[in-house]
Design a protein around this ligand. Sequence first.
Ligand code: IPD
Length: 274
Amino acid sequence: MALNLDDCYELVMKLVDQAGELISSRNSGRKDFVEKSSNIDFVTETDQQVEKLLMDGISEKYPDHKFIGEEETSEGKKAELTDAPTWIIDPVDGTMNFVHSFPHSCVSIGLLVNKIAEIGIVFNPVMKQKFTARRGQGAFLNGNPIRVSSETKLSKALITTEFGTSREEDKTKVVLENIGKLVRAAHGLRALGSAALNICSVALGGADASYEFGLHAWDIAAADLVVREAGGVCIDPAGGPLDIMSRRFLCASTQELANEVVATLTQFYPQPRD
Ligand code: IPD
């Protein structure tokens, strides 16, 4: 029987609201954390509980659906994207912000079927910003339609990016080089501390482009659909099609702007891929 995406959407919205309550109820004070891939890459009890809440809730109704979850993957499970309905989950994107109670972190969850994104939800429960998108149906912030800007020139653009969760020498060199180039070339540069929220800031028309090297499929999956449904373009930072498992991402409000960012960036190819 064909998968009813309306039912999937209704279920995931309920679960995301529960996840949001859990995150916002814990938003004050410093949180305990455990270090993962580096001493600035964290997991908290809340990341694990939210991932479990979402996976258990979905599995109960759809036992054959697959998952790519940030915390499961960091515990050693291989991230595998097949044609099966696959939920790609970052339970708390912006964990560093959450640990410090800097109010920019979100639940990010996307559903891909046949490797095509059908549903994307990025929810910052502290700032009460819920970005939603379904393929072919537009993008919304708290139920109101959103649209990317019409900016075509890098010299007039506001760009979002991140320093990332690794401080390896070769990557840091490229990150800082790109920041230096874009600070000179663009109107301004911002880093919210959450890749998914950076990307959604483009969907909203608040920023004009966003790029990062080293992020993961769970940071990208939902926000990619949100920004494309808002009229933006999502590509590989060297140009060409986006591969959400490549740990490389660029989106922009227009193709012209995307091309200018591509031409400006020094490239980095994070290993291993997701
Ligand atoms: C990270 C954040 C960070 C970005 C990293 C992400 P996490 O996700 O979005 O801002 O630079 O690439 O992995 O670890 O907070 O879920």
